[in-house]
Design a protein around this ligand. Structure first.
Ligand code: LMR
Length: 319
């Protein structure tokens, strides 16, 4: 068994695996954490970041973490549902968060901490929640109203909430890991997808999707998680230093993600390849009306307690 004292002389290596590029919000935050962690532990810890599903695809990485083959991940909150924690799908509910401040009261407050602490029964410790941003719909035909979604095959992340959202719009959800998203569009398996501008631009979807409509309907955020046994076996002072590096990184990540999405949206617009459409106020009301029923439909899946706690915190009761 590895104990704290085994680490006295050796460099502690954290393999941090993720599925997006180094210049995406998650990729940049991972590198920021690496730099801070190595500095704050005075080199006793080394963080090796493996981007772009180089080590594991997102349907494999959770198992790798639980087995201890990698020590750190940042899967989207939706993907934790695969471990049986369906309450994390609350973050997928369309139009739940009225603004970033309300969202952060949940992700950075007691509700976020409570949700992360539940992962411990699966040998996982949650260290924080990082933003990417709000997702928008894209396809190869213009999408203005919810009716325009009818008949489209949409690539989604694994989440019953997102699948229900697509079905309510008359679209067909196609659940695929992130690495297959691009091929599903390239080979016509999917007609469209939903992403924040950063992932859309980073994946070069500008070459595959002619229209992007700023529906901003759902949140994409990440749980930064570590293998519990690895974490608990670390010397106490290293755990304190890494926690402090993580807290600083989370602040950096959330400010930077917003900027990165703004920059990437500007780049999508100026590419001339994808037409970006802004909803009119009347259309925005139609989208909200079409998607708000998902909250009631998914109450049992998410759990009434979690849903009520979140809706109360954001001041957006679903009753
Ligand atoms: C997705 O599968 O669309 C995202 O979760 C990918 C990511 O990690 O940003």
């Amino acid at each position: 068994m590895i104990t704290g004292s085994n680490y006295a002389q050796t460099t502690i290596v954290i393999k941090f695996s993720h599925v997006v590029a180094n210049d995406s919000p998650k990729g940049l935050a991972a590198i920021h954490f690496k730099e801070l962690a190595e500095k704050m532990t005075k080199g006793r810890v080394r963080v090796d970041v493996y981007p772009n599903s180089k080590l594991y695809k997102d349907n494999e990485e959770l198992e790798a973490l639980q087995l201890g083959v990698v020590q750190m991940l940042a899967p989207s909150l939706s993907k934790l549902s695969a471990l049986g924690f369906h309450e994390f799908e609350v973050f997928d509910l369309p139009y739940l968060f009225p603004n970033k401040e309300a969202l952060h009261r949940v992700t950075q407050g007691p509700i976020g901490r409570d949700l992360l602490s539940r992962l411990e029964t699966k040998n996982i410790v949650g260290l924080g929640i990082w933003d990417n941003g709000f997702k928008s719909m894209s396809a190869n035909k213009p999408i203005h109203t919810p009716d325009d979604m009818r008949g489209l095959k949409m690539r989604i992340q694994p989440s019953k909430v997102i699948a229900t959202q697509m079905r309510d719009l008359g679209a067909t959800p196609l659940t695929l890991s992130f690495t297959y998203a691009i091929d599903s569009l390239r080979f016509g398996l999917a007609d469209g997808t939903e992403n924040p501008p950063s992932n859309f631009y980073m994946m070069q979807f500008i070459d595959l999707q002619k229209y992007l409509t700023l529906t901003n309907h759902g949140y994409l955020g990440y749980a930064v998680i570590v293998n519990k046994k690895f974490w608990e076996d670390l010397p106490a002072e290293i755990r304190v230093q890494l926690s402090s590096a993580m807290n600083e990184t989370t602040k950096f990540a959330n400010a930077m993600a917003q900027q990165q999405n703004e920059l990437d949206l500007a780049a999508i617009r100026s590419s001339g390849k994808t037409t970006v459409y802004e909803l009119t106020e009347a259309e925005r009301i139609q989208w909200r009306k079409a998607l708000l029923p998902v909250q009631q439909q998914m109450e049992t899946r998410i759990g009434k307690e979690t849903l009520n706690a979140v809706t109360q915190e954001v001041g957006n009761s679903h009753e």
